[in-house]
Design a protein around this ligand. Structure first.
Ligand code: SF4
Length: 306
């Protein structure tokens, strides 16, 4: 059985809608209705045999050993490294995407290689031994680069095996998924960084092309914050002219405080990428000023990319 077969076997998320040949995906608020053979908006899921499956299951476009601080995760196992993996696909179309080469790609746009969960965990165990020999701690596996939740079954299957091998699981995600997916993964996660791109529903709806996206992200943050075994941090990328108002940052920080007063917030700097090249990088002083605004509500606010 190939990794893709395994994913298809376990990854069915769509309920047949009228015909067995059309299925609805419930992984994110977009709820794509897919005809047989069609691929979802995220380019990662597809309808096969009347079911929506993770077509990107086990297809890795990137594998790297990264410092945990690069995720960014600042207050969990500092100084450790993580084997970081990503596939292709994303369910958002943020015009400022900083990682668009793989997140906005489909299967034919970017090279990938198939790595089963057992192979990935074996690779990570080997990396842990090499890091130990160098006097460093390798904490586990980070699911990152593209949007991991559009292929969440791979995170689940790798996550179970990783725990059996004594490895931690780290999720770096836009958080835009339905409760079924988040509830299934939460017990497997040891640390996560979830984007909270804005506190404006309209901002999110523009990125997603559907309504309800901010609500889904908020639910993900609330769920992971309430999971005692998962350390949670949040990132807000400040884009000039889009989400750089002090009022909005204050509202965002106030809400995070209501979820968990100890939550770590990263306020990071945008650089012109993908479809948003009509403006300069966020001025550093704007990032610092907005971080100070967030510090009115939260004790741990860090700046990034400055
Ligand atoms: S995960 Fe992909 S296929 Fe499923 S609803 Fe979202 S965009 Fe559509």
């Amino acid at each position: 059985m190939t990794a893709a077969d395994a994913g298809e076997k376990d990854a069915a998320t769509g309920a047949a809608a009228g015909s067995r040949k059309v299925a609805t995906c419930d992984v994110c608020p977009r709820h794509c209705r897919l005809a047989e053979g069609a691929t979802g908006f995220c380019r990662a899921r597809a309808c096969r045999d009347g079911r929506v499956v993770a077509a990107n299951y086990g297809r890795l476009t990137s594998i790297a050993l990264d410092p945990i601080e690069k995720k960014p995760i600042a207050r969990w196992k500092p100084g450790s490294t993580v084997v970081s993996v990503g596939s292709y696909g994303c369910n958002l179309r943020c015009p400022f995407c900083q990682n668009w080469q793989i997140s906005q790609a489909g299967e034919s746009d970017v090279p990938w290689r198939e790595v089963t969960p057992a192979e990935l965990v074996s690779l990570a165990v080997g990396e842990r031994e090499r890091e130990q020999a160098r006097g460093r701690q390798m904490a586990g596996i980070a699911y990152t680069y593209n949007e991991p939740l559009v292929g969440w079954e791979y995170v689940r299957d790798c996550g179970r095996l990783a725990h059996e091998a004594g490895l931690a699981n780290v999720l770096v995600s836009n958080g835009c998924a339905g409760p079924r997916v988040v509830d299934a993964l939460a017990p497997l996660l040891d640390a996560a960084n979830i984007d909270l791109k804005s506190f404006s529903p309209a901002f999110y709806d523009a990125c997603a092309g559907v309504t309800g996206t901010l609500d889904a992200v908020r639910h993900t943050i609330e769920t992971l914050a309430a999971t005692p075994t998962c350390h949670l941090e949040v990132t807000t990328l400040v884009v000039p002219g889009m989400n750089d108002s002090a009022t909005q940052m204050r509202e965002l920080a106030r809400w995070l405080r209501s979820v968990d007063p100890a939550i770590v917030l990263h306020v990071t700097r945008f650089f012109p990428r993908w479809h948003l090249t009509d403006r300069d990088a966020t001025p550093r002083e704007v990032v610092y000023r907005l971080a100070d605004v967030a510090r009115e509500k939260l004790p741990c606010v860090l700046t990034g990319n400055c």
